[in-house]
Design a binder for this molecule. Structure first.
Ligand SMILES: Cc1ncc(COP(=O)(O)O)c(C=O)c1O
Length: 402
């Protein structure tokens, strides 16, 4: 099929869930994707903060092919070798004791929600409520949509799963007051990603942690987007020097392969038989990939690269700010966003796409950059050149200096 036929077939057969650009991605290598018409795209979206090692990295191709040749699926009823190796490696990396594996960030958070409720039942007199932040995002299952504080989710799929309360992000006093006998956990993103890259303050995280300690309430960090090197630390909680009781990971722990995880302390090894599980938990291919992503990230010092390149990226964006009125250039490592003076984000993303640059606008006036962690300065130069041309074309403008 040629590209037109592929697009027509897509329109006919896929259930609509979102608008997509009229291209069919066919191959990828490093920082670039290529579509079925042979057009190349510099990728600053990375599958939404997923492909940390870039597209089709040799280490993952090797891990997948050798594991596929050896053992594709052992059944969740039995241990397998990469499952045990990766469980040991990821728990030791995060400084937590136990891990449950699944395939998506939403499932990891769903698992954290269940574990928190189990903890509330067994250890805190039936506490069930989970406090979450306004504008937070935790996934698209019914419980994780209920936990999310995204305005647009509010009227959807009612009735929602009960037991979640949303409070203003970074309002430590509101959380301190709300945490009580009914509260089994607080669920937070240390840096809100989908909302537009808004970091928690040190004071907020410290005060929530301390109130959780005083009241035997669990602190859950959703690091699906921020974990595995993205922010210039292996885990974003390292920026705050505060450890959660439960940590959820996804996206880049599989480098593009569907893999996610929920980690917890030893005391939270509380599920009884049959309460949690899944056909693909600890699936050998996913486990081999997870291990390869972790090893490669460390061997190639990609966490440091994320920190270094993130600083370069912020500095280059800073140089554009006067001409184009860019404000609030923010983020950690390679999780970066900035505000446009007008809501031209969707137009900008589309025009950049037409010129072979992939960007993301999580809100009409916000542009987010989440490139692979392997990025080099030359890619930043290339991105800045296209971005500058497109902003000029769209008439994005700062306040003229008199
Ligand atoms: C912080 C956070 N949690 C959870 C999710 C959901 O992950 P998934 O789409 O893999 O279910 C996302 C996805 O963007 C996320 O950013």
């Amino acid at each position: 099929m040629n590209t037109q036929q592929l697009l027509e077939a897509a329109e006919r057969s896929l259930l609509f869930v979102t608008d997509r650009e009229p291209a069919v991605m066919q191959s990828g290598s490093g920082m670039y994707l290529e579509d079925s018409a042979g057009r190349r795209y510099l990728d600053f979206v990375g599958g939404w903060a997923v492909t940390g090692l870039g597209h089709s990295p040799a280490e993952l191709v090797e891990a997948l092919s050798s594991q596929a040749a050896q053992l594709l699926n052992a059944s969740p009823a039995y241990y397998n070798v990469p499952m045990i190796e990766f469980a040991s490696a990821i728990t030791s990396e995060a400084g937590l004791s136990r891990v449950f594996f699944c395939s998506s960030g939403a499932e990891a958070n769903e698992s954290a929600i269940k574990l928190a409720r189990k903890y509330g039942k067994v250890c805190k007199g039936g506490a069930y409520e989970i406090l979450c932040a306004e504008h937070g995002f935790h996934g698209r299952t019914l419980a994780t949509m209920s936990a999310s504080g995204k305005e647009a989710f509010r009227p959807l799929f009612e009735p929602k799963v009960p037991g979640f309360r949303h409070l203003p992000f970074n309002d430590a006093t509101a959380f301190e007051r709300a945490i009580g006998n009914e509260t089994c956990a607080v669920l937070l993103e240390p840096i809100q990603g989908e909302a537009g890259v808004y970091p928690a303050t040190q004071d907020f995280i410290e005060r929530v942690r301390s109130r959780c300690n005083e009241t035997d309430t669990l602190l859950i960090f959703d690091e699906v987007q921020t974990g595995m090197g993205r922010t210039g630390r292996m885990f974003a909680f390292e920026h705050f020097d505060i450890k959660p009781d439960i940590l959820t990971l996804g996206k880049n722990i599989g480098g593009g392969f569907p893999l996610a995880a929920m980690l917890c302390t030893e005391e939270l090894n509380l599920f009884d038989k049959g309460e949690q599980g899944g056909t693909y938990t600890g699936q050998p291919l996913a486990m081999a990939v997870g291990l390869a992503v972790l090893r490669t990230t460390k061997e190639r010092d990609l966490v440091k690269n994320a920190e270094r390149m993130g600083a370069v990226l912020q500095q280059r964006l800073g140089k554009l700010s006067a001409e184009f009125g860019l404000t609030k250039i923010r983020g950690y490592g390679l999780l970066i966003a900035f505000d446009l003076p007008e809501p031209k984000g969707p137009d900008l993303v589309h025009k950049c796409f037409e010129r072979g640059l992939l960007l993301n606008a999580p809100a009409p006036n916000v542009v987010r950059l989440v490139p692979p962690l392997i990025i080099e300065e030359s890619h930043i130069d290339e991105m800045i050149t296209v971005l500058t041309e497109v902003m000029r074309e769209l008439g994005v403008a700062g306040t003229p200096s008199s």
